[in-house]
Design a protein around this ligand. Structure first.
Ligand code: AHR
Length: 332
């Protein structure tokens, strides 16, 4: 199954691929190679990452890179800078390079069928990691490793229902959504809406994308605060947007965690610190440490072994007290 390619061909194809990916520059998707010793019979994995939009993503990239090294897998890594077209280019370049396996975290859910079919026709197995695609033909990929984002949204909603169980006044909620069209934004929104929808006192008064970034979270929260005089709760689809929103809330002279209750998703160190400090009220964990499981799956699919179609990451939730306890040993 492993392909041996002469040094000359590798050099040529790598150069072509990197040109296609637009390495290094600020507008392109950088390509790097690491781990595995880079030769012999080592499995070669092409990995297309979403970007570097959040603390979660940085931790995820580190986990994948370290796990590849540990597993002796040669990793060809590219950063799509949150653009689907960059991911499609990267996947096509991995197909050209005849890597042994392709893994990627799809920035959005739709629009992958053509490139996934190209990989299938080239007999290169694909593993989805972190985010799903909406392709009806599930034979286009071998496995999907990642969180249950609907469940994460439900957990956020359940905390809110419990928090306001004794009141009957309207609870005005603003929502900072993740990247438009991405699986975590779609699913976290749906899971949350399903739970709070059972009680009419919960009202989402504004909902907009903050693209999973701190800067956009602040910008959109600034606008929410100007347009909405009476916000009780902020639900942010990740910590980074929540942290940006905290700056906006403080800038407006309000106290985050008290005047406006805040629920976020991820549980990265900065988010956990804000939770321990009382600025966030509750965090639903989404683990970025997918590297080791991804490498195990890759070894199996390259060896032709069967793997589960879905591998769900185990996750928890954190209150302010639990964050204080967990912070000292938090890895990311
Ligand atoms: O797909 C996982 C999400 O992507 C994380 O929750 C978010 O922080 C990241 O950008």
């Amino acid at each position: 199954m492993l392909k041996r390619i002469s040094t000359l061909v590798v050099a040529g194809l790598t150069a072509a691929a990197l040109a296609a990916c637009g390495t290094g520059g600020s507008g392109g998707s950088g390509g790097t190679e690491g781990g595995g010793g880079g030769g012999g019979d080592a499995i070669v994995m092409g990995f297309s990452q979403v970007g570097a939009e959040s603390g979660w993503r940085t931790a995820n990239t580190k986990s994948v890179q370290e796990a590849a090294k540990e597993a002796g897998i040669t990793l060809r890594f590219s950063d799509a800078q949150q653009k689907q077209e960059n991911q499609i280019k990267a996947i096509r370049s991995y197909i050209q390079q005849k890597v042994d396996v392709i893994a990627f975290s799809p920035v959005v859910e739709s629009g992958w069928d053509t490139v996934l079919k190209e990989a299938k026709d080239a007999k290169i197995p694909v593993i989805l990691t972190d985010r799903a695609v909406d392709s009806a033909d599930t034979s286009l990929y071998k496995s999907f490793l990642g969180s249950d984002f609907v469940e994460e949204g439900k957990k956020a909603g359940q905390w809110l229902v419990e928090e306001y169980k004794d009141g009957s006044d309207t609870v005005n909620i603003v929502e900072l959504q993740g990247t438009t069209g991405s699986a975590p934004a779609n699913d976290r929104k749906a899971g949350f809406a399903e739970i709070i929808g059972a009680d009419q006192k919960f009202k989402i008064v504004a909902s907009q994308t903050g693209d999973f970034t701190r800067a956009k979270g602040k910008e959109v929260m600034d606008a929410f605060l100007k347009a909405q005089p009476d916000i009780d709760v902020l639900y942010a689809h990740n910590d980074d947007m929540g942290l940006g929103a905290i700056e906006a809330i403080e800038g407006a002279g309000k106290v985050p965690g008290k005047d406006i209750k805040i629920i976020t998703v991820d549980a990265v160190k900065d988010g956990m610190q804000a939770l321990a400090d009382g600025k966030i009220n509750y965090i639903v964990e989404c683990s970025p440490l997918l590297g080791p499981q991804l490498m195990d799956l890759a070894k199996k699919v390259v060896a032709g072994e069967s793997v589960p179609a879905r591998v769900v990451t185990e996750e928890t939730t954190f209150t302010q007290e639990q964050a204080k306890e967990a912070l000292p040993s938090r890895q990311y």
